[in-house]
Ligand binder design. Structure first.
Ligand SMILES: Nc1nc2c(ncn2[C@@H]2O[C@H](COP(=O)(O)OP(=O)(O)OP(=O)(O)O)[C@@H](O)[C@H]2O)c(=O)[nH]1
Ligand SMILES: [Mg+2]
Length: 294
């Protein structure tokens, strides 16, 4: 399976070159995976695109997508995933906050048959270094609320650095989020459709160059909108969402309009749980097989 790493980058001139080198050293040199790296530049005002172009001279697996305004983290991630050609998609940060070895750990989990891998910095084995205190507090509160609302064990859903099998991305899209709320749009849309998801510990390092683009006050309403959208989808139309994963089963059940919703959901869940754990990657609508760990 080909690994596609999508890196949104805005004014990361001093980080992006090293970021690409670190990925090459691990993904290409150490583990010799088939890969592509798609850097999505959003009208950076520094030398970010030039730094990427310099890296492209010696590595044709690196590609640069230059976006036109309006910018935004979510728009950049959407442009990046539109451009991928691989099966394992990892969203990775340009500011050296993520660890390339964790990309390999993600890849291996998808190889095992998982549809998505959600890294967590807040489980045993995970870590954060130089995490701004206020951001940490807000992060923990928001993620706890999400855990309660969605009754899930996944406790770091707001972090963008995650892996998805391409079929999940295609099935759950199209995506709409323009900013950092894309992180929740991607993860929650897979979660409520009961894709086979695992959580593993990851490391995170605070940026040492450049400035943060995440403005908590500006993002609050966007995160809230995304959380509420998926909360109500899960609460009100989960049967419709799951039906798209096993269309035959549900169309049969749908012939009788008297069957209670609970029974439809129970049957779909049983059907999904009873399927083989080896994930059928051949058609996009049958990619998932068993409920999430959440
Ligand atoms: N293309 C693009 N990339 C962006 C945009 N905003 C942020 N990024 C990139 O997304 C990644 C995460 O953004 P950061 O600014 O580091 O946000 P953060 O991780 O919450 O903030 P820090 O705590 O400072 O690391 C980095 O690689 C940024 O360059 C944007 O509008 N467009
Ligand atoms: Mg960052």
């Amino acid at each position: 399976m080909k690994l596609s790493i999508v890196i949104p980058a805005y004014n990361e001139e001093q980080n992006i070159g090293r970021c690409l080198e670190e990925l090459q050293a691990v993904v290409r040199d150490k583990h010799q995976l088939e890969y592509e790296i798609i850097v999505v530049n959003d009208n950076s005002t520094d030398g970010t695109p030039e730094a990427v172009q310099a890296a492209m001279l010696s590595d044709h697996n690196i590609r640069l997508v230059n976006r036109t305004p309006p910018g935004g983290f979510g728009r950049a991630v959407r442009s990046g995933i539109d451009a991928v050609t691989g099966e394992v998609v990892v969203v990775y940060m340009a500011d050296l906050s993520d660890d390339p070895e964790d990309v390999i750990a993600y890849y291996r989990k998808i190889e095992e048959g998982y549809d998505c891998v959600f890294g967590s910095r807040f489980i045993k084995g995970g870590s954060v270094e130089k995490y701004p205190r206020l951001k940490l507090i807000v992060n923990r509160i928001v993620n706890t609320c999400i855990r309660i609302l969605f009754r899930t064990k996944f406790n770091d859903l707001t972090n963008a650095f995650k892996a998805y099998h391409i079929s999940v991305i295609r099935d759950c899209g199209p995506y709409r989020a323009s900013h950092f709320n894309i992180t929740l749009e991607l993860s929650l849309s897979a979660l409520i459709r009961e894709y086979r998801i695992t959580q593993i510990p990851i490391r995170w390092y605070g940026r040492t160059w450049g400035s943060s683009n995440l403005r908590l006050q500006e993002m609050g309403r966007r995160y809230l909108c995304t959380v509420l959208t998926f909360f109500f989808q899960r609460f009100l139309i989960k049967d419709d969402l799951l039906a798209e994963k096993c269309p035959k089963l549900t169309s049969e059940m749908r012939r009788s309009s008297d069957i209670p919703l609970d029974l439809i959901l129970g049957t779909i869940s049983e059907e999904l749980a009873s399927r083989t754990t080896s994930v059928d990657r051949t058609t996009s609508t049958t990619a998932a097989s068993t409920p999430t760990l959440g």
